[in-house]
Design a protein around this ligand. Structure first.
Ligand code: GMT
Length: 382
């Protein structure tokens, strides 16, 4: 198949999923065309069937708000026509599904006699529904573009149910869970950093991975780490960047933890850090899935997370990680200490986490589900 993928190219779960999906599909022989305003963060290599098309948005004094969604629609239609795309797959509803709808309509009414069908699939990731889509100014157009999509997927049951309940959309939404490449994400990856780069032999390594937006509650990460470190000498790897990074850095300084906490910024090969970590902290206000936890689980790193959104679909409390209520720092610290004090328990949880990742969320299985979904969409739109 020839597939166009549009996503936010910046640091965020939806862009990561979209890019990894494109790379996996290309490896299976499909021709992939990424269409976005910048090269997606994990798109670091190109092969004969991997292409990237940049969307240029013209600046003009009249445009206080340059119309990216229109430039994107135009580029989608161009790329679809020039490279004969079979379908578009957009990640994150706003504004990508609206642009895809416009591109589809443009091609259906092409003037040069080269009309073509361009079905599009929209994948809902989370804040496109839970935050942005529920803003009254975005709700009607988000609902419209979801309903106009030729196929809709959501990354968890929670997100599907919430979309149906709050948007009252009428078309079928298929749950296709996020995935991880279990060959690349594993404890014994040759890419792994050296533990000694971060910690001494008697120390534990905790890790957090996110885009440091308020919803991630990175200050809770620091508080939990502080509680742990008082009892068990530890280090904390903070991977990613975003609006709350400086608040976290100040808190680390106030607590005199600078030599214990490493702010590593945005990283391409997160598996190299996950593979030397002992415990992941994900105390988010909300997660529709929690891809960071899944990536850690594949590397035998259990997660302490909050019992929110789709997280309980990924982590089973007490089996392959621990769940607590949002903001309950004391309980999350207690769980962390319980696990880190007991090497046998830590190992068992890590093994169980890997098992869960491998048996339910491996790319081999999930990519095949996307392929089958595309095939059904194409069949319906002949
Ligand atoms: O919150 C983020 O990390 C960014 C956001 C996005 O859309 O880029 O993530 C959402 O999509 C991820 C990938 O599907 C999910 O793993 C995250 O749980 C989800 N974030 C939220 O629901 C807050």
């Amino acid at each position: 198949m020839k597939i166009g993928i549009t996503c936010y190219p910046t640091y965020g779960g939806s862009g990561v999923v979209a890019t990894e999906l494109g790379l996996e599909l290309a490896a299976r022989g499909h021709e992939l065309h990424f269409i976005s305003y910048a090269q997606p963060i994990r798109l670091t290599e190109f092969g004969p069937n991997l292409h990237y098309h940049e969307v240029n948005v013209s600046q003009y004094p009249l445009f206080q708000y340059p119309p990216y969604d229109l430039a994107l629609a135009t580029r989608m239609a161009e790329v679809a026509e020039i490279y004969q795309l079979d379908l578009l797959h957009v990640h994150y509803a706003i504004p990508h599904s609206v642009s895809a709808l416009l591109a589809k309509q443009m091609l259906a009414t092409a003037r040069n006699g080269s009309k073509r069908k361009l079905p599009f699939v929209t994948t809902l990731h989370g804040t496109d529904i839970t935050l942005v889509g529920l803003d009254r100014s975005y709700l009607p157009i988000t609902r419209f573009s979801i309903e106009q999509s030729d196929g809709v997927t959501a990354i968890s049951k929670y997100l599907k149910e919430r979309t149906v309940r709050e948007f009252d959309v009428r078309n079928e939404i298929e749950v296709v869970y996020n995935f991880v490449n279990c060959d690349q994400y594993r404890r014994d990856t040759p890419l792994a950093d050296k533990r000694a780069d971060y910690a001494q032999d008697n120390e534990r390594i905790l890790v957090h991975l996110s885009n440091f937006r308020p919803v991630k509650r990175v200050l809770d990460v620091v508080e939990i780490f502080d509680g742990v470190n008082r009892e068990i000498p530890s280090r904390l790897l903070m991977i990613g960047d975003g609006p709350d990074r400086s608040a976290a850095e100040w808190l680390v300084k106030r607590k005199k933890l600078q030599d214990r906490v490493f702010f590593l910024g945005k990283q391409d090969n997160v598996q190299s850090k996950l593979a030397v970590s002992d415990l992941m902290l994900m105390p988010s206000e909300l997660e529709s899935f929690g891809l960071a936890a899944l990536e850690a689980m594949a590397c035998k790193v259990p997660t302490i997370a909050t019992r929110v959104g789709g997280v309980p679909e990924v982590i089973t409390h007490g089996m392959n990680g621990y769940l607590a209520e949002v903001g309950d720092i004391a309980t999350m610290t207690r769980y962390a200490l319980e696990i880190l004090r007991d090497s046998k328990k830590l190992k068992e949880l890590g093994e169980a986490a890997r098992f869960e990742a491998q048996s339910r969320f491996c790319s081999t299985e999930i990519i095949a589900r996307y392929e089958a979904f595309y095939a059904r969409v194409l069949e319906r739109s002949v």
